[in-house]
Design a binder for this molecule. Structure first.
Ligand code: NZQ
Ligand code: ZN
Length: 398
C-alpha cells in the first residue's frame, strides 16, 4: 500500500426529507446569500425546488435561482452563473439535481473566486486557490459529485469535456435523500449504475500490491450496485435499494476506495471525448467502452479481472486458465449492462466510425504521452481500443 492523505471534509446529511434542513446547513457553514443552481426542470416538477426555497426563507436567508443546466454541463451557463454571483454578492452556491447541476455549481463557485477566465482552471493553465461556499442536494446516484474532488464541464465551442480535480471541489455539505430518486427514468438508473461501477474500476485496476482492504471494499460496492440496480428498477419506490445505490455512488467516488493505491482513470478520459462530441449520457458511454477496455487488460494481467469475476460475479476460479475466468466475468458484467438496456459497443451509442481518429486525437495524455496508469495506452492503442469498442460483441471473448 502507498502512503496517502485523504481530505474529505464534506458533511453528508443522509435520509428522508433531509432537504428541509438545507437552510440550517447553509447557516452552519456561514452562508447568507445563496445561488440555487439546477438543471432542466426535474427539481421544479418534483417540488424539491419549492421545499428548498421554503427552508432557506425560514432560515432567514436570501436566495436567487439559476436553472437550465444541461446534461454535460456547458461552459456558457457557468459564465452566466459567475456574473450573477458577482452582481448579487452571492456567498454560497447550492447545486441541486444530478452530477451536471452539481458540477456546474462547483465551476461557478470556483470561477467567481478566480481573477480570469474560469476555463483556465479546466484547461490546466491555472490551479484554483479558493471558492465560494458550496452545498449540494443530489437527486441521481451516479457521479458521486456530492463528495468527489472533481467536476466536469463541456466547452461548447470545441466540443470537449474537461475535468478538474481539486479538493476545493468537495462541497461543504451534501444532502442525500434516496426518495428524491423515485422520479428518475429507468435509463438514468442504468447509466448511473454503469458510472458508479466505472468509478470503482478506475481504482480497482491498480498495480499497487497489498491493497486487500480497498480491493474488498471496491468489490462490495460493485456487488451492491449489481444487486440494487435490478431491485430499484423493478420497484422504483423501494427506499432500501435506492438508499444503498445512493450511498454506493457517494462512496465510489469520494476518494476512500482509492487510498493507498495508484488509480487508473483511462476509461473516463476515453468517455469524456465521446460525451463531448456526441452529447451522450456519461454512464452510457462508459458501458459502451468498458467491455473492450477490460478485454484489453487481459494480456497485461488477467488475474485482477479474474479476481473481480470470482468475488463479484461468483465465477468459479480456473487456476489453470485465469484468462477464461476473467472472460466469464466480463460476460457477466456485459449481461448486467444489457439487462439494464445499456449499450456495450460504441456503435450502439450512435458513434460514427469515421470520427474515431478525431476522438483519439482529442484525448488528454499524461506528460509521457500515454493515458492511464494500470496498463498505459499510447495514442495508437487509444485508437485501436476505440475501434475494438466500436463493434464490440460477446463473440470477441471466444
Ligand atoms: O436536468 P434535469 O431536469 O434535472 O434532469 C436530469 C437530466 O435530464 C435528470 N434527473 C436528475 N435527477 C432526476 C432527474 N430526473 C428525474 N428525477 C430525478 N431525481 O437526469 C438527467 C441526467 O442528469 P445529469 O446530471 O446529467 O446526470 P449525471 O448525474 O449522470 O451527471 C453526469 C455529468 O457528471 C459528470 C459527467 O461527465 C456528466 O457531465 N461527472 C462528474 C463527476 C464528478 N463531478 O465527480 C464524475 C463523473 O465521472 C462524471 O464525469
Ligand atoms: Zn464517471
Amino acid at each position: 500500500m502507498l502512503d496517502f492523505d485523504l481530505y474529505s471534509p464534506t458533511r453528508f446529511v443522509f435520509g428522508l426529507d433531509r432537504e428541509n434542513e438545507v437552510g440550517k446547513w447553509v447557516r452552519a457553514v456561514g452562508g447568507s446569500r445563496v445561488l440555487i443552481h439546477y438543471g432542466g426542470g426535474s427539481v421544479v416538477r418534483s417540488g424539491l425546488l419549492d421545499r428548498v426555497v421554503r427552508s432557506l426563507n425560514d432560515a432567514g436567508l436570501w436566495s436567487i435561482q439559476l436553472g437550465g443546466v444541461k446534461p454535460n454541463p456547458r461552459d456558457s451557463l457557468v459564465y452566466t452563473g459567475i456574473d450573477l454571483c458577482r452582481r448579487e454578492n452571492i456567498d454560497l452556491v447550492l447545486g441541486i439535481g444530478g452530477g451536471s447541476a452539481l458540477d456546474s455549481a462547483k465551476a461557478i463557485a470556483l470561477g467567481v473566486c478566480y481573477d480570469g477566465d474560469f476555463w483556465d482552471l479546466y484547461s490546466g493553465i491555472a490551479a484554483p486557490q479558493k471558492r465560494l461556499l458550496l452545498g449540494t442536494i443530489v437527486t441521481l446516484p451516479a457521479t458521486g459529485s456530492e463528495g468527489s474532488n472533481s467536476s466536469v464541464v463541456l466547452r461548447e465551442s470545441e466540443k470537449i469535456k474537461r475535468g478538474l480535480r481539486s479538493d476545493l471541489n468537495r462541497p461543504d455539505f451534501s444532502i442525500i435523500n434516496p426518495a428524491l430518486t423515485y422520479t428518475l427514468p429507468a435509463w438514468q438508473i442504468a447509466c448511473g449504475s454503469a458510472d458508479i461501477i466505472a468509478h470503482v474500476f478506475e481504482r480497482y485496476f491498480s498495480n499497487t500490491p497489498d491493497v486487500e482492504l480497498t480491493d474488498r471494499l471496491c468489490e462490495a460496492v460493485i456487488r451492491t450496485v449489481v444487486e440494487m440496480a435490478g431491485t430499484s428498477l423493478n420497484n422504483p419506490q423501494d427506499c432500501g435499494s435506492r438508499s444503498n445505490l445512493m450511498w454506493a455512488s457517494t462512496v465510489a467516488h469520494n476518494g476512500s476506495l482509492g487510498v493507498g493505491r495508484q488509480e487508473d482513470w483511462s476509461s473516463h478520459a476515453l468517455e469524456h471525448g465521446i460525451g463531448g462530441m456526441y452529447d451522450t449520457a456519461h454512464g452510457a458511454g462508459l458501458a459502451a467502452l468498458t467491455p473492450a477496455w477490460l478485454q484489453r487488460l487481459l494480456p497485461h494481467d488477467p488475474s485482477r479481472v479474474a479476481q473481480l469475476a470470482v468475488r463479484v460475479f461468483d465465477v468459479p476460479m480456473d487456476y489453470n486458465n485465469p484468462q477464461s475466468t476473467a472472460k466469464a466475468g466480463i460476460r457477466k458484467l456485459v449481461h448486467f449492462y444489457q439487462s439494464l438496456g445499456l449499450p456495450t459497443a460504441l456503435r450502439e451509442l450512435g458513434v460514427n466510425q469515421r470520427d474515431l481518429p478525431e476522438l483519439a486525437g482529442k484525448v488528454k495524455l499524461k506528460a509521457d504521452g500515454t493515458l492511464g496508469f494500470y496498463y498505459p495506452l499510447t495514442s495508437a492503442e487509444i485508437l485501436s481500443l476505440y475501434e475494438r469498442a466500436f463493434d464490440w460483441s460477446l463473440d470477441q471473448l471466444d
